[in-house]
Design a binder for this molecule. Structure first.
Ligand SMILES: [Cu+2]
Length: 413
């Protein structure tokens, strides 16, 4: 235990003993409020079916609007993004994904302010109950997580099959493909590396004192190579020879086993360049917005202009994946205990806006979800900008989605 303090060893064992505990929450509330509010607004999300057997298909689909208020300090989606799902472990395999119908097998780039549809096809792999979220991974910024739903997978892991046919007609099982040779190569290199390390740590001076001696020799102007004995040199030549032989032999063996290979594709997929920005018949401007901390009550004054043919009412305010629903316009009930729906959380005063009308309306969004989802942290944001999507519903069945943005003032009593 000379090289590894016993205290540290006990610590490591404790950590390993604690780690395998099941985790049910997986950080969806950990991101700063403003990151969740002003990056990706997910909506119309469908994850289903929610009860499947091992090997059956689950799709995650919906739409998202990339906020035009993307925080300046967070790298944006115009560089590289990758659509994925977030769940607690490798419980699914992803068979396919697309954004606006363009295959998402490789990464792509998107534009702020635009609206995209997406779909991911998963195959259930392990039995259990798992929380599944869509995620847009943004280069240098991390994952922008959408709302999650529970999916229950029945059956047994032994029934899971994940075979593909290669271009040359060979069927391979991706669950076990070449595991044997992967294990063999790991063992081979651990043995070679371990033997090399063992050779050096069994003689004096040991690694760090030896480095000091080399440094001292250099500063004295002596030849540091005098620390290396003729035996050291012979052993080093033997190790080098064995290593090179293993590499050359491994390469020849690989070439024989798989004469035709292509590299992993890493090119970026381009989205159609001429995609228009979303349009709407509604103009909505936040005149003022406050968040009253004791009442968990958000209130904003909204100047709305309706340029469309229908009488409109606000049915939903979506902010940071939380859906504040106006019960007078539509009914949305939470489908499980982690569904981010405040079914009666939205109250509108002076609500209906006729065609051609422009008026000032008061919007109240009140629910414990502000606190539960840790969005109240927004009062600590230096820029205190609040942003989200407003869903207007017309009396002709139409729907208009508008992103709103405003400065938010906290009220402390
Ligand atoms: Cu989750």
């Amino acid at each position: 235990m000379k090289f590894f303090g016993i205290n540290r060893l006990i610590g490591l064992i404790l950590v390993l003993a604690i780690l395998p505990l099941d985790s049910y929450a997986h950080g969806e509330r950990a991101q700063q409020a403003n990151t969740r509010m002003r990056t990706i607004n997910w909506y119309d999300l469908e994850i289903g079916p929610k009860n499947v057997q091992v090997g059956e298909i689950v799709t995650v689909k919906g739409r998202f609007r990339a906020s035009s208020q993307w925080p300046e300090e967070i790298p944006s989606i115009d560089d590289r993004v990758f659509l994925n799902v977030g769940t607690g472990g490798p419980n699914f395999v992803r068979l396919a994904s697309n954004i606006d119908g363009v295959s998402g097998v490789q990464s792509t780039s998107l534009e702020l302010g635009k609206d995209y549809s997406f779909e991911t096809t998963l195959k259930a792999r392990k039995p259990g109950r798992f929380h599944v979220h869509p995620i847009l991974n943004v280069k240098d910024a991390g994952g922008m997580v959408g709302p999650g739903y529970w999916v229950e997978i029945g059956g047994s892991f032994e029934e899971f099959e994940n075979s593909v046919e290669t271009m040359l007609g060979r069927t391979v099982n991706l669950e076990t493909f070449n595991l044997g040779s992967i294990a063999v190569w790991h063992i081979v290199w651990v043995v070679v590396g371990g033997a090399w390390l063992f050779y050096w740590i069994r003689q004096q001076p040991l690694l760090v004192p030896r480095m000091r001696k080399v440094d001292a020799a250099i500063s004295r102007g002596d030849d540091p190579d005098s620390l290396i004995t003729p035996t050291d040199l012979k052993v080093a030549i033997a190790f080098l020879t064995v290593t090179l032989l293993l590499i050359v032999g491994g390469f020849a063996w690989g070439e024989r086993e798989a004469p035709i290979t292509i590299p992993l594709r890493t090119a970026k997929t381009n989205m159609p360049a001429d995609k228009p920005f979303p349009t709407s018949h509604v103009e909505a401007k936040v005149e003022s917005a406050t968040y009253r901390i004791p009442g968990r009550s958000f209130r904003m004054q909204l100047a709305v202009v309706n340029n469309g043919p229908a009488t409109l009412q606000i049915g939903e305010f979506l902010v940071a994946n939380v859906r504040f629903i106006n019960p007078l316009v539509k009914t949305v009930t939470a489908i499980d205990e982690h569904d981010l729906v405040a079914s009666e959380g939205l109250r509108i005063e002076n609500g209906a806006i006729g065609p051609g009308q422009s008026k000032l309306i008061e919007v109240f969004a009140e629910d414990a979800l502000w606190e539960i989802q840790r969005l109240t942290g927004m009062i600590n944001d230096p820029d205190s900008i609040i942003a989200g999507l407003l869903f207007f519903y017309g009396d002709d069945g139409s729907r208009e989605i508008v992103e709103i943005v405003g400065s938010m003032l906290p009220v402390f009593e």
